[in-house]
Every structure is written in structure tokens, then in C-alpha cells.
Design a protein around this ligand. Structure first.
Ligand code: NI
Length: 210
């Protein structure tokens, strides 16, 4: 019964869905430590903390840490730029939600963290993130750094080899909302509309930082 849910919640390039088993290729640093089912269970029932400190590189090549976003809400999304449909759709919704929030949207920092750091270099992210919102920060890093932050946010990702020798990345596509202190508030499922995000985020903006 859980499989259809997982299918809806993950985003594999070219719309393909293979198995819940670990990826067939790639070393351990290129995929999450736990299976998609384990990670879904953790998120569904709030079994473990979500989020944590990171130091990554933005699309301009600058080091960025989570700490600099304190005082703002954070919308954190994990994906990869070669993702054909789910990632761009969700990033578009995030950008639209920020616009709909108007000036209040400045209090929300959108962050896109790649799960494909090998291809998503800073310069590649620089071409990608501005398509969705001028304030969207794209982050990349070493395979180890990405694995660490993905594990902290309970993100499942795994390389899936394609027939032509290329690969895609299967990954969970939740949009995480963090409060002004960097604490996890909850997630939007993939496909959440901009209007729904605004409805959920706006009341949170009225809450001052502790
Ligand atoms: Ni995707």
C-alpha cells in the first residue's frame, strides 16, 4: 500500500520509477543512507528531527551557512537541475508563492539544495535558479556535504543509471518550512500549489522570532 504513496512523493527523471532498493550504481556518498520507505516513515510520524546546520556553496561560488538565514523563515527544497518535471514545477510554485506574499515574502528565504552535485556546479546553478525567483539561493557542495545535509533533512535520493550510460536521480521532493530559528515546522508535499503555500506561510510570518 505504501508504494503508490512513495511513487507520488518521489521524483525520478524521465518519470521512471524502478524500485525502493538502493541505487544500482554510484558510491555510498551519492545516495541517502536510508531507503525511501524508512525516510517516509520518519517524516510521516515525526520520528526524528528534520534539518540541521550546513555550509554549502551558492550559485555565485560563495560559502553559505544556515545560520545567516536566522530571523527569516526558510523554504528548503532538494532536487536537481536535470529533473524534467517535478522539481521545476515545485520551484515554480515556490517562486509564485513568494510573489503572492508581496513584501512579506522578503521574510522567507527560498533555498534549493542539489542532490546531484557532480553535475550541478555553482555555475550551472547560476543559470538555473534565477528562472524561478530572483531570491532563490541554489546550493551545492561535495558529495559528502550533500549527503550530510540530505540525511539531516530526511531526504531520500539515489542515482539511477539510464540505458545510455547517463543517470538520473530519484529523490523525495518535499518542501520543508523552517521557522525563524531554523527549526522544522513541517513539509509541503510535491505538487502543493502556490496559493496553498501562502495560506500556510502567512500566519507564520505574524509570529516574531524568539
Ligand atoms: Ni526532481
Amino acid at each position: 500500500m505504501i508504494r503508490p504513496i512513495l511513487r507520488a512523493m518521489t521524483c525520478a527523471g524521465a518519470g521512471l520509477w524502478l524500485t525502493l532498493a538502493p541505487a544500482l550504481a554510484g558510491d555510498a556518498a551519492q545516495q541517502s543512507a536510508r531507503s525511501a520507505a524508512e525516510i517516509m516513515d520518519i517524516l510521516m510520524w515525526n520520528r526524528e528531527p528534520v534539518g540541521g546546520p550546513f555550509t554549502l556553496t551558492d550559485q555565485a561560488g560563495h560559502a553559505r551557512t544556515d545560520k545567516e538565514f536566522r530571523g527569516r523563515l526558510m523554504l528548503v527544497y532538494f532536487g536537481f537541475t536535470y529533473c524534467p518535471d517535478v522539481c521545476p514545477t515545485d520551484l515554480q510554485a515556490i517562486g509564485l508563492a513568494l510573489d503572492k506574499l508581496g513584501p512579506d515574502g522578503d521574510q522567507v528565504q527560498p533555498v534549493f539544495i542539489t542532490v546531484d552535485p557532480e553535475r550541478d556546479t555553482a555555475s550551472h546553478l547560476a543559470e538555473y535558479v534565477p528562472m524561478f525567483h530572483p531570491r532563490l539561493i541554489g546550493l551545492t557542495g561535495s558529495a559528502d556535504a550533500i549527503r550530510q545535509v540530505a540525511d539531516a533533512y530526511k531526504v531520500y535520493y539515489a542515482r539511477v543509471p539510464l540505458k545510455d550510460g547517463d543517470y538520473t536521480v530519484d529523490h523525495t521532493a518535499y518542501i520543508y518550512l523552517m521557522d525563524r530559528d531554523g527549526n522544522y515546522l513541517g513539509f509541503f508535499p510535491p505538487g502543493t500549489s502556490a496559493d496553498r503555500m501562502v495560506e500556510i506561510i502567512r500566519p507564520r510570518l505574524a509570529e516574531p522570532a524568539r
